[in-house]
Design a protein around this ligand. Structure first.
Ligand code: DGY
Length: 329
């Protein structure tokens, strides 16, 4: 019997063809609807491998259902949707897609910063809605980006790449991270500061930290209060890193000036969510790594990882380094 691979979203046939030659492959047939939990559960019971999305919860129940499950390849660098500890206990390799998405996600993050600072989305809507009556001196005037201070929270590869983008704008770069990165400080000219100092001194606070127990709810009401009134907050990591109600209050009371958000506590965000009613919020549907080239590279990396595990090899981008394969059916 051929190993069975279940993919939780419809992916291009041309990309998955390579797996179809060797394995039995089935996909959830929708591009923009998540697989229901009960379908995922039933598929996990049969699957040797799962190719999953950030929107799928790979929890203890799914991992326990997976009697034959050997690998879960998540189409994302983040893996907060997966119970990694449980996966190791169950002998399931967890793989993610780092590196291939670094530049693309940094581009989007910096684009979001620019859109929020220069009010690009608001201005584009203004023209399309026929509101443009004449040139006027302060029409949709935003904030400068060049020579300002950017504070990056979470200086992983994407953070570093955003910092590189910032050097092109002659920005002063501050960062806060679990560990200091002296090499990067030298190369890019970024300065390590405490979280409090970063929050206080930055014109643009950019959140790129992974979602962990330590970072959940990192941006509280007090943190927003500590920012400059002119500050713009950018979140391209995960929604639960911030207290959304506190952000809303900070934006509406003028404690901060604006926000650019690619991620939300609950995704997809409800269109009635109060944050979406604010003109000083640029909201995107979690598209950080979404270029055709990068998403294709991410899919290919997931496939490579799955095939490696099914062939008895160590996958290229293994998350649970303590993984030990267990002989399963
Ligand atoms: C990631 O890679 O973690 C992104 O957030 C998913 O696109």
């Amino acid at each position: 019997m051929k190993p069975y691979i279940y993919i939780t979203r419809k992916l291009p046939e041309a990309v998955i063809e390579v797996m179809k030659q060797k394995y039995e492959v089935k996909m959830w047939e929708h591009e923009d609807i998540s697989v229901p939990k009960e379908v995922l559960y039933a598929e996990a019971e049969k699957a040797d491998a799962l190719l999953t999305m950030v929107s799928d919860q790979i929890d203890e129940q799914i991992l326990t259902a997976g009697n034959r499950l050997k690998v879960v390849a998540n189409l994302a660098v983040g893996f907060d949707n997966i119970d990694v500890k449980k996966a190791s206990i169950k002998g399931v390799a967890i793989c993610n897609t780092p590196d291939v998405l670094t530049d693309t996600t940094a581009d989007l993050t910096f684009g979001l910063l620019m859109a929020a600072a220069r009010r690009i989305v608001e201005a584009a809507e203004y023209v399309k809605e026929g509101k443009w009556k004449s040139w006027s001196p302060l029409l949709l005037a935003g904030q400068d980006i060049h020579h300002k201070t950017i504070g990056i929270v979470g200086m992983g590869k994407i953070g570093e790449t955003v910092a590189k983008r910032a050097t092109g704008f002659d920005m002063n770069i501050l960062y806060h991270n679990r560990t200091r990165k002296p090499d990067m400080e030298q190369r890019i000219g970024a300065k390590y500061v405490s979280f409090e100092e970063l929050v206080e001194k930055s014109d643009f606070i950019v959140c790129l930290t992974p979602l962990t127990q330590e970072t959940r709810n990192l941006f509280t009401r007090e943190v927003f209060r500590g920012m400059k009134q002119s500050a713009i907050f950018i979140n391209a990591s995960r929604g639960p890193v911030i207290d959304e109600q506190a952000l809303y209050d900070a934006l509406t009371t003028g404690e901060i000036a604006g926000a650019g958000l690619d991620v939300f506590e609950k995704e997809p965000i409800n269109r009635d969510h109060p944050l979406l009613s604010l003109p000083n919020v640029v909201a995107l549907p979690h598209i950080g790594s979404s270029s055709v080239e990068t998403r294709t590279a991410m899919m290919k990396l997931c496939i490579e990882n799955i095939m490696a595990v099914l062939e008895g090899k160590v996958p290229k981008t293994l998350v649970n380094k303590d993984w030990k394969p267990i002989v399963k059916a």
